[in-house]
Design a protein around this ligand. Sequence first.
Ligand code: C2E
Ligand code: MG
Ligand code: MG
Length: 672
Amino acid sequence: MVLSKLHFNHLLMGFLLAMSVSLTTTIFLLYTGERMATRHSPLIDAAKEIKLNATQGHLWFEEILSGDSHEDIDRVWEYLEQADWYALAMLEGGTNSKGVFFPLTDADMRLHIESVRSALHEFDQVAYQRYLNRQSSHPGSDIDQAFDRIFNDFMGKAEHVERLLKHLIDRDLKNFRKMALLLISLSIGISMVIAYVLYRLEKQRLAHVSAMEQANEEIQKSHTELNYLAHFDSLTGLPNRTLFKDRLDQALAHAHRKSAHVVLLFIDLDKFKAVNDRLGHISGDLVLKHTAERLQRHVREDDSVSRLAGDEFTVILSDIDSMTGAMYAAKKVSRSILQELSDPFTFNGNTVFLTASIGIAIYPQDGKSGDELLINADHAMLEAKSNNKDEFLFHSPEINQRVQRQLQIESELRRAIHEDQLTVHYQPQWDVQSNKLAGIEALVRWNHPEEGLLQPNAFIPIAETNGLIEEVDIWVLESACRQYRKWRTEGLNPGKLAINISASLFGRQDLIHIVTRNIAEHCILDGELELELTESALLENSEHTQILLQQLRSRGIHLAIDDFGTGYSSMAYLRQFPAKTLKIDRSFIKEIHTDKAADAILLNMAQLATSMDMEVVAEGIETQQQEHFVRSLGCQFAQGYLLGMPMSSDELRTLMIAQTDQNVSLLPPNGR
Ligand code: C2E
Ligand code: MG
Ligand code: MG
């Protein structure tokens, strides 16, 4: 597996290296063997030729001496010369018809051959002497004996040389074999080392290559992931703001070329924050995922749904021929989206009812660029939200103006909270049966640096849409409690303190802690603090409300249902909420004696509340007629311009002091 991956070039290099080592070894061995063969066998032949020629010369000589007159003595001398030639060839080299003879280099051997040559010369001498004295050299004579002895001595030496030579050759051969064996083993060893080193190198290289490939893959993967994250929303899988802008620009460019229209829907879920606050972020995320799925069901394949942020989604409907077509498509898709979202979301045992507000901007009428179109669709959405929610609105210049004003207020309000531009006014609540001050309602005002004193309707609805309302409420709660304690320490008694709590703050899990901290800090006693909540805020948070109301009650804090009658909830339904006070909305008071049905409703409300042990506060009393009527109905408490305008803390203090000094029951500033 690993080997199969070995780098071909490395293998080739290793193979060539090993081959060259083996080849060099082989060539060396061949050369040495050849050299030995060409040098050694002629030397053996030469050693034999010395003996052979000398023996033939000796035989020939004996023949001649024994009387063979046909033989020529010169042949004897030729044989002996021939023998000497071979001996000399062994020392100095030579060439004849029998071969090429290389000189011996071994010093010992050379001495032995020298000695063979001297023995041969001696024999040649004695032979010559004997031939000259052949008459007297009969067998057994001195010279004959010397002749035989010298010849035998020569033969002995020649044979010794031959033996030594054989021995020398044997030794050389053995050495050669040893060396061959050594070299072959060495070359095999070197080849194996080369192969091993190459294998290791290759393994390392492969490890590096695979590490690099892995790193590459990881880089590639994270690149793809980054690319995905850069263009898609990880929660819903929808295109994010970046990709949305890209697609919108493309759709606009295409529409520009073809003189077509593009519809942009800006969708924002209503009160999504409450889902997050009450059910937690995991559930909030699930709602967003389901919303994304539902939205995708209502667009064509080439239209595009994106998630911009939080609970904000957009839909691009592109390539529409006419303005009428664009408006028709925008209405159709918006309606079906609102319809689809109105189905409750059910998951993990929770059921969530959601609505959405949709703003619509159409290219080219409502904007030429993507940014302009987006801002205008956003503004139309904000307007839809500040209306009734759960509706869609087309962009218009008037909407733009209004929304811009709202946005300005929104940004200024953030600063206002921290720069103490807010202030609290207090409106008295009267016990109309005993004509005494029964309580005060804290109502926020904004001391705007340029626009003067702003009433809540100029900024509370805006604060409600962007979540700032919670900060406002907490600020009012703290300020009013602090002021209340101050009056109390001065010996003044404003009665109970009523604070308006928004649905948003009421939905918060930590509301009880916020309130408890305040009453503890400002020593508010049992029954001194009342929280005013609208019916809708109560119903919206029904599960959480039950627990919270119990907790509030156990700490001596009362609850008032504010603006009662505007939320269309029945009294019977409200029974489940243990509210102390019911504040009848001023719209009913306004109708007193002008609409008989309104009188009857008021009567009913008052009776029901009394039967449920609730105190009734009639709001918006502006005329004495109204005041008489509510009193006649058995309402104990009333609040209204007739009885007392909302006033600053100083004004209320003055009023309280004046009334205490006169030691009479408090009378409203307007009098009655
Ligand atoms: P609300 O809680 O029903 O407060 C009573 C409102 O009715 C006050 O308006 C008060 O000035 C007005 N009002 C009282 N008597 C009469 C009357 O005889 N005739 C007429 N036409 N109006 C009368 P305001 O101060 O403008 O407050 C409006 C609303 O703003 C409040 O209605 C309340 O819902 C909200 N609000 C005020 N302060 C706060 C606050 O601190 N937090 C929250 N969440 N909402 C607040
Ligand atoms: Mg109120
Ligand atoms: Mg009210």
